[in-house]
Each structure stands twice: as C-alpha cells, then as structure tokens.
Write a new protein. Structure first.
Length: 621
C-alpha cells in the first residue's frame, strides 16, 4: 500500500515537472513575443502618426506658399502700368479715374484682394478701390483717409525703388479702429516715383487674409483640430480655439511661448522639425511669405510657423489601446497553451511506461527510414530539377550530375562523372579557378559564385554561354563536398538586351520629337514632359514635373479645365482637343501662345493617364 502511494506521488511529481517544462518556455516566449509585438505596434503607430503630422504640416506650408505667390507678381505689374505712372505724374482728375479703373479691374479679376490704394508722399489716400461682396467699389474723395502714422506707410516710404514691403498679417483698421467684423489682412507695399525720381507715395495691395487662412485650414483636413498658424513672435494667427487668436492686437499675452514654453524653445531653435515633449508631439515648419528668387526684391518679409500639437493624452491613449489589444491575445494564448500543456502532460505520462520497451527499436527503425527517405528525396531533387546540379569533392572532381546539367553542357552524364570540374569552364578561366576553389574550401559557405563577375560555361562543342552558379557545402561520412546549382541565363541576357534597346529607342523618340509631348496622371499632375514642350512653354528641363497641368493654361480657363480634364479621365479617347476652337497655352513668362492638342490615354497599374501632343500653332517652330 505504501509502495503504491509512493509510486503515485512520484508520478504526480514527474507530471508536474513535465508540465512546468512544457509550459514555462512557451509561456515566456508568449510573454516576450507579446512585449515585442506591443512595442513594435506602438512604434509603427507612432511612426505613422509622425509621418502624417509632417506631411500635413508641409501641405499647409505649401498651400500658403501657393496662395501668396501671385500677389507679389500682380503688385509689380500694377506698379508698372501706364495708368499708375500717368496718375502719379499728372495727378489730374482724368488720370485718377484711369487709375481707379485699373484698380477695379485687378479686384474684379482676382477677387482675393480687399482693397487697392495709392497713398501719396504726405500719407493721404489719393485713390482707393474696395472689394465689397466681390464687386469693385471706388471710394469717393470724402471718404479717403490719412494714414501717415501707420507702420506700413512709414515702412513703404523708406523702400528703394522696386522693392516690396510685406506687412505682418493682422486685422484691418478703418479710421483708427479695428474693423468689425474682424477682417484679417496682409499688405504688400511698393514705392512710387515720378520721372524726376522724386517720391510719389506708395502703392498698397491689401490681400484678403481670411481667404488665405481659409485655404490654409482647408489644406489641413486631417489635423485641423490641433494645427495652428503662429507669427514670428509666437502669437496665434489661426488656432482651433479662436479666442486665442490675434492676442497682440488686444494687448493679451496669449502666445505659444507663454502657454507652451518648452515647445516654443524647441521651435525657435530650428526652422522645421518634430519633437515629442512632456505635453505631446510637436511638429512645425517655417513659412517664408513670398519667397523670391531675387533676395533683394522684398524688404524683410515676416515669417510664420505652421505648428501641429498632438496631445500627450492622445499618444498615451494610442499606446494603451495597443497594449490592451496585445494583452487580450496574450491571455488567450496562455490559457490555450496551458490547456494543451495539461493534455500533453497527461498523454505523455500515460504512454511513457507502455512505450519504454519499444522506444529503442522504434528509434532505430525511424532513423533508418529517415535516411532512406532522405536519400530518395535527394535523388528525386537531383533527377527532377530543371536547373543544372552537380556535386564535386574537395579535389574538384565531379561525383554527381543531374540530367539537366548534362543536357545544358551537351554531355552524357557518364561522360562527366569522375572528370575535373575545369572541363566545364572556358579555357581562359581555368588557370584562375584552382585558386578560387582552394580559397572556397578554406572558408566554405552557401553563397553565389563569382559575385560581381560574369560567369560562362563551356559546352562539349566548345561554345560558351552565360551562367549563374550557387554553391553550398555539405559533409558526408566526414568528407567535404560542394553542391553547385547552375542556371543557363542566355535567354535572360537576350531579353535584358532587347529591353534596353527598346527603352533607348523610346527615350530617343521622346527627346527628339519636335512636337511637345506630356503625360498627366488622373489628378492632373504632370508625370513627363519632353524638351520640345518645355521649350515651347519656356520652362527649364524637369521644372514641370509634378506640377498641375492647369499651370500651362490661362488663369481664366483653369477652373473650367479641371472639370473637362476629370470628364476626359472618366471617358478617355483618342481625339483632338477643343472641337475646332482656338486653344491657348500660358508660357512661364506670362505670354499666351496658340496651340493644337491631340489626346490619347493609357492605363498603368490601375490608374488612367492622359498623353497629349501639343503643337505650337503660332508658326514659330
């Protein structure tokens, strides 16, 4: 009875040890795997968020750049108009009316300007046209103001001829008071001079700041709830909480530096960057309004900052969600494997005694069977492999070849067995092969042969052909052998050569075609433009890539053309564009040229692309 109890106790102890041996390593692997997966998942999520934040901030910067590109050019053009020169010289009623008409045309043409003004050298408004509900409205003489004390008048009068002053983005002031409702405004100022060189005041273009801010907000659709626009002093020009905006105009110290000093210190250190701080993830990039190719053309333009702040709570919620998800899977796996380990422990314990006597015999039988199966599998692999396969000993003699290799080199299998490997190599390379083979045997490893060199095999008839060889060492009965897998790449070489020739011809046709050729994607972005088209429109090589197709069209046609382009992409065909109408393109220098356009389309990777052939119809060649 005691002996039976002892055996039962020993059996239970052995079962417990077996369970621990089965469960503990896998449980540790599950825990370690869960920790690793959790960390990786969090890092991937944070990396995606970081990338998204950067992309959206850059998108906001680019949108502001795009919105501010045209005003400076239009101010320069306006300052050079005859009506402006005549007005500042003569200052007669007729000349002033012509000047007001010129201002009105500019407002009607763009719709993005609040007002256009000529302010004389005494600081009095001499001509002013307002944008009222989209209509140009000339302001009568009795309503013209004196603005000699304004910062922008003083700055403008100090400018040399041809320079432009960009005022800070602030709120419009009328008769010394902030206009209600608030009207954000950005002023562009350039000085005016008479024929005698004397100052004749300044020309002021008020850019509608709300249009600018709305365009900025629209471009930040994914981060709109935590993105902001800040001036160089840290005051918010745009913020999800509008109560914090324009603090510098209301004597409030609502600045980024006051609310988030650590973030402001990091932002001031570099123009663009991203940093995770105690209060969350900050991403920023500096906007340089009206960036110019000629650095002397603008006077000390202000800078803005596009800033994104993803709160610490948001990041922690993301991390906690990832850990919860991983924790659930980890718990389920542990429970499932614990049940499996219990079942395995019981099964093993019950079968151990019955299998003990037959274990050795079974093991020997299985070992013999595995050896036999391995040999058979190896034979099948060798015989059936469509690539060439051979085995050589450490003396470099062939001990085995498969039919594919024998056929590849034009030999019968029995002709190769026992022969030196050198007989399959070109005569010119045999003198080097012995050294290469000896070096390989000193440090054998599975790798391609002849890395960085072109290899050739020599057929029985003496002809050479390109090959690829992979080497793999193995031991059998204590002896070293080398497997060599040989592939005939003649057809691949011919295909590569043909492909290169076709590509070269297509490239030559594209580069030398006298007509303009371009390809645009389904979003209207230019994917390709040949030299003829770049010359036709006055652009440098590569300057049009990834630009909008509408850049090549007159401004008044662009919005309509977007609809026409979308319609063509939905129902593409081969046809001439314009149905007999006279078409015009817009060159980089602002001139228009008559053109003829033929359209075709093709589909690549599921996307539709349009191909256009453009001919200069002006006869200039």
């Amino acid at each position: 009875m005691l002996d039976q109890d002892h055996r039962t106790s020993v059996s239970r102890s052995a079962s417990l040890r077996l369970f621990i041996l089965l469960f503990t390593p896998v449980a540790l692997l599950i825990l370690g795997g869960a920790w690793y997966v959790g960390k990786e998942r969090i890092e991937e999520e944070v990396a995606l968020i970081r990338t998204s934040e950067i992309a959206n901030v850059v998108m906001g910067v680019r949108r502001l750049d795009d919105e501010l590109r045209a005003p400076l050019n239009q101010l320069r053009l306006l300052a050079g108009e005859d009506a402006v020169r005549r007005a500042v010289e003569a200052e007669g009623a007729r000349e002033l009316r012509e000047l007001e008409s010129s201002f009105a045309r500019l407002i009607a043409y763009t719709g993005h300007y609040d007002k256009v003004r000529w302010i004389d050298e005494q600081g009095r408004e001499r001509a002013r046209v307002n944008n009222v509900a989209g209509q140009a409205q000339v302001v009568g003489p009795e309503y013209l103001q004196r603005v000699a004390d304004t910062h922008y008048f003083k700055a403008g009068m100090q400018l040399p001829a041809g320079q432009v002053h960009v005022s800070p983005l602030d709120l419009n002031v009328e008769h010394g008071k902030l206009e209600t409702p608030r009207r954000p405004v950005l002023r562009l100022i350039t000085p005016l001079h008479g024929a005698d060189g004397a100052a004749r005041g300044i020309l002021v273009l008020n850019v509608a700041g709300q249009t600018l801010l709305d365009a900025f907000t629209d471009s930040l659709e994914e981060i709109r709830d935590h993105a902001m626009l800040v001036n160089e002093d840290g005051y918010w020009l745009k913020h999800p909480n509008s109560a914090l905006e324009w603090g510098f105009l209301f004597n409030r110290q609502d600045t980024l530096g006051k609310h988030h000093p650590e973030a402001w210190q990091a932002i001031r250190a570099i123009p663009s960057g991203q940093e995770e701080l105690a209060d969350g993830l900050w991403t920023w990039s500096t906007v340089y309004p009206l960036k110019l190719e000629d650095a002397q053309a603008a006077s000390a333009p202000p800078t803005w900052l596009v800033v994104s702040h993803l709160s610490r709570q948001h990041l922690e919620a993301l991390r906690q969600a990832a850990w919860r998800s991983v924790g659930v899977y980890m718990f389920v796996l542990l429970v499932v494997y614990a049940a499996i380990a219990v079942w395995l422990t019981r099964a093993v314990s019950e079968r151990t005694r019955a299998m003990a006597a037959a274990a050795q015999a079974q093991a020997e039988a299985e070992a013999a069977q595995r050896v036999s199966q391995a040999k058979e599998r190896f034979r099948l692999v060798v015989e059936a492999n469509i690539n060439g396969l051979l085995v050589v000993d450490r003396e470099g003699r062939i001990v085995l070849v498969n039919p594919a290799l024998a056929a590849m080199f034009g030999y019968a299998r029995e002709e190769l067995v026992g022969q030196p490997l050198d007989m399959l190599l070109p005569e010119a390379g045999r003198s080097f092969h012995a050294g290469y083979f000896a070096a390989y045997l000193r440090d054998p490893e599975a790798r391609p042969m002849g890395m960085g060199r072109e290899l050739y095999g020599r057929r029985k008839d003496g002809s050479l052909f390109p090959i690829e060889i992979s080497l793999s060492p193995f031991h059998e009965n204590g002896e070293l052998f080398v497997d060599a897998f040989v592939a005939d790449i003649s057809e691949r070489r011919r295909s590569e050569l043909l492909h290169r020739r076709i590509e070269a011809r297509l490239q030559l046709m594209m580069q030398t075609n006298p007509n303009g050729l371009l390809v645009v994607d389904d979003q209207g972005a230019i994917e390709m433009a040949n030299p003829a088209l770049e010359r036709m429109f006055g652009y440098a090589p590569g300057e049009l890539l990834n630009q909008s197709l509408e850049r090549l069209l007159p401004v008044d046609l662009r919005q309509r053309h977007v609809q026409l382009r979308d319609g063509y992409m939905r129902q593409p065909s081969i046809r001439a564009m314009g149905d007999g109408m006279v078409l015009h393109g817009l060159r980089k220098d602002g001139n228009t040229i008559p053109i003829r356009v033929s359209l075709a389309s093709f589909v690549e990777e599921g996307r539709t692309y349009a191909q256009a052939t453009v001919i200069d119809a002006s006869g200039r060649g």
